[in-house]
Structure formats: C-alpha cells, structure tokens
Design a protein around this ligand. Sequence first.
Ligand SMILES: Nc1nc2c(c(=O)[nH]1)N[C@H]1C(S)=C(S)[C@@H](COP(=O)(O)OP(=O)(O)OC[C@H]3O[C@@H](n4cnc5c(N)ncnc54)[C@H](O)[C@@H]3O)O[C@H]1N2
Ligand code: MOO
Ligand SMILES: [Mg+2]
Length: 421
Amino acid sequence: MLPVSQAEATILDLVKPLDKQRDAEFVSLLIAIERILAAPAIGHLDFPHWDNSAMDGYAVRYEDVQYASSQQPVVLEIVDEIPAGRSPQQLIKAGQAARIFTGAVMPEGADTVVMQEQTQREGDRVTILTAPQPQAFVRHQASYYQAGKTLLAPGTMLRAAQIAVLAAAQCNQLKVYRRPRVAIISTGDELVHPETPLEIGQLVDSNQYALTALVTQTGAEPIPMGIVPDRPLVLQKAFSKAIATADVVLSSGGVSVGDYDYVEEILTALGAEMHVRAVAMKPGKPLTVAKFSPAHATERKPVLYFGLPGNPVSALVCFWRFVQPALRKLSGLADNWGPVYVKARSRQDLSSDGKRETYIWGQLHLIDGYFEFQPASGSLNSGNLINFAQANGLAIIPVGQTAVASGDEVRVLQFGFPIMS
Ligand SMILES: Nc1nc2c(c(=O)[nH]1)N[C@H]1C(S)=C(S)[C@@H](COP(=O)(O)OP(=O)(O)OC[C@H]3O[C@@H](n4cnc5c(N)ncnc54)[C@H](O)[C@@H]3O)O[C@H]1N2
Ligand code: MOO
Ligand SMILES: [Mg+2]
C-alpha cells in the first residue's frame, strides 16, 4: 500500500497539462467564468487611461496655490468645467482653474486637484483656502498598469475579479483551455438506474451521479457512460471506448480482491501502465491508477485511468483527495490544485486503527472565525452514504495516530461551505 502523500505525488506526476495551442479555444468574456487562460491577457489601454481627478473640486497649477491658506487665500479664474466623460476644452494658464469632477480628464496646464471642501466659489472665481500637496488627487495615466504588459498570466482561473479587469481592459475574447473530458463508468451487476424498481440485492448507481456532479464542479466535461455489468468482455469494450473518448476515465467498483473485481486485470490486458494498486487510507484503500500512453508521439495525449473503489463514500473521498487535483492540473490551472485543508477543534473523540490515514466525515462549523468539527452521527462506514448528506469536511487522522481527543485540533479537508452558527 502506498502512503497517501506518495500516491498523490505519483498521480500529479502522471498528469501533463492540456496543450496551450492544441487544447485551446476562444470564449467571450460573458461566458468565461471559471475558465482558465491558455495565453496571457494583454491590454491595449493604460490604467488609468488618462490623468484624471480623484475628487470633485478644481484642477489647478500647483505653483499658483502652493502658499494658499485661510490668511492668504488664492483666487483663481474658472475657465472650464469638466464632468466625467467630457474632453477638457481649455489650457489652464497662470491664475486659472477648471471646475472638475471625479473621474474627469485633467486639463493641460493643471497638475493638482483641490477638493471642493477647501474652496469657496463665487461666480467664475474660486478661492483656494488651503495649500494642497503637489499633484494631489490626480490619478496618473498608466500608474496602475501600462498597455502591452501582461495583465493576467496563462493558467489563471477567471472569476469575477479577473473578469472585471478584463472587461475594463477591453479584452473581450479570451483564449482558454478546453475543458478536460472525463468518462464515468459504473461497474457492477447489482447496479440499476434511479427510476428502476429494485429487485432483491440491487442497488442504485449513485456513483455515476456523484461523479458527474463532482467533475462538473471541477470545471471538466463529464461523459457519463452508464452501468457496465461485471463481465470481462463487456467491461473491456466499455473501457476501450472510454479511453478513446476521454482525457481521464473514472470507473467505480471492481478494484478489490473479489471474484468479480476485474478492473485491474482488464487494464493490464488493454496495455495500461499500472501506477497505484492500493493506498494506505480509509476509506479508499483499493484505489487503482493507470496510464495509457499513445502508441505514437503524434497521437493524442496519454489517458489517465482512475479505478475508484465502489463503496460510495470511498469513491467520493478518492475524488476529492486525488482526482480533483489531477483534473485541476490537467485543465491548465497554474497552481492551487490540492484540496483545501483547515484546522478545526474536534467536538468529539475521533479514532482510527492507526494503520491507514483515516478520513472521518462530518460537519465543519465556523464559530466566530474558528472552525469546529462534528463527526457524522451513525455508522462511519464507507457503504453508508446517508449520513454523508450533511457532511462538508473530512477530518484526517494520520498513520500512527489512533485518536483525537474532544477539544483537540484536527486537520480537515474542506469540500463544502462551512455551517455558520
Ligand atoms: N477481502 C477483502 N474484501 C474487501 C477489501 C479487502 O481488502 N479485502 N476491501 C474492501 C474495501 S476497503 C472496499 S472500498 C471495497 C471496494 O470494492 P470494489 O471497488 O471492488 O467495489 P465493488 O466490490 O464493486 O462494490 C463495493 C460496494 O460498493 C457498491 N457500489 C459499487 N458501485 C456502486 C455505484 N456505482 N453506486 C453505488 N454503490 C456502488 C457495491 O454495491 C458494494 O456494496 O471492497 C472491500 N472488500
Ligand atoms: O477502504 Mo474501503 O474504501 O473502506 O471502504
Ligand atoms: Mg469488489
């Protein structure tokens, strides 16, 4: 059994990100949310675009007002009025000022803005009562960003903040990576669709739905390929089709030591390189990871195959711990592939056999900015999906440790929003 950290390193090492050229497409900004840039975004506009005023007030020449005070006020002639969006019409000469508003372009000749609260106006004259700092309240052209420089680097995920910046920079068409394609196969003679009435021994294929949801949430394109019975030839055909279609294949079930667990045997028959056969974790021990390399360099990229354990909780835990980081790396994201871990105070005693890294599902609560962890009530058995419905985190007990006492700190893999109370 591989230690979890070694399995993670092996898996991430197997993943080669999508190709910046071959695997890229153009999308418009409005539908670019959560896509990943495949090329630098470069703006053709300086930020600010022009020298402009940060205040409502008067654009002046600093040298005219540098000694102004309430004892020695300076009176200037107002020669222009410049609201935002209008071009200045006058050059400001000695003894002159322009009425100006926040965001409006600074007129030529002026270099400083006096905010209106420090002035008095009478007709076309303004009295300056306080000396400003030189260049006060002027937002200088290109002081935030210079046209032609990289605004956002390749590998950046576009969220609201980045989209706002790109909109302001008039970058309307973005070169982004295509979404990785992920085939999802459920193996098992006992499995049926949710609408099928159950016969004795049957079980609904919940993994297909869970994995489709998780793949979608990760920004990849799920290709649900349905249920395949535990028959080697049928499985082999289904696996071949999935490998030919997708960048990553996720199957669930059939990876343990039972007589109907065929996954590893079939992967080997299909020419896969086997990289992971078992991991020292609970749940998730029989995780199987293999790679299919293209026969010729000109062919498509390699295909990564995850044989996830069939138990529903084991499949989910393996997804968050290994598949999601792999999909994030594959998708072109520059960094932050791994799960989010937080430290929490456990509300109850937690236990493990100390032999495998143990993942205990439950609820993360956020109380006054601090996390607390409440393990799920009822059976913490990887076949019990029901008490997973309220869970949003997995407390982790490392190998060699058998207990976390109530009140002690524990590391928690966070996969959902914390409960605020
Ligand atoms: N003798 C041993 N038996 C088992 C071991 C072991 O080390 N020695 N490991 C156990 C562990 S741990 C796990 S996890 C499971 C993994 O089993 P498989 O990956 O072979 O999965 P199956 O046997 O096909 O199914 C297990 C369980 O999960 C249910 N299942 C399967 N697919 C789905 C699905 N798509 N949706 C919902 N539920 C599914 C299936 O009905 C079984 O109940 O092996 C242990 N055994
Ligand atoms: O390790 Mo299995 O994944 O517990 O149920
Ligand atoms: Mg089995």
